[in-house]
Structure formats: C-alpha cells, structure tokens
Design a protein around this ligand. Structure first.
Ligand code: SF4
Length: 41
C-alpha cells in the first residue's frame, strides 16, 4: 500500500512516525516520507 502524504501541509510533528505499527514512515528534513515496510503490504 502506498501512503498518501501531503508535504504541502505536513508540519513535521512526527505523530504519524510515532504511531505507525509498521515503522513505515519517518520525518526526514522536516517532512514525512514513506520508508521500506518490508513488503508487508
Ligand atoms: S509529521 Fe506526519 S502527522 Fe505530522 S503533519 Fe506531517 S504527515 Fe501529518
């Protein structure tokens, strides 16, 4: 599954990074980005 991240409105609060059960999102350079989730989806 591909995440839909709106970098226009992201404020880099890291809430999504903290709650993602697959560790599939990280905040890098003050923007949320999808990372490798190990092919689980
Ligand atoms: S860091 Fe995640 S939860 Fe926070 S604004 Fe950006 S996309 Fe939304």
């Amino acid at each position: 599954m591909k995440l839909k991240i709106n970098n226009e409105t992201c404020i880099a609060c890291k809430l999504c990074e903290m709650v993602c059960i697959r560790d599939n999102i990280q905040v890098i350079d003050k923007k949320a980005v999808e990372v490798d989730n190990g092919g689980l989806f």
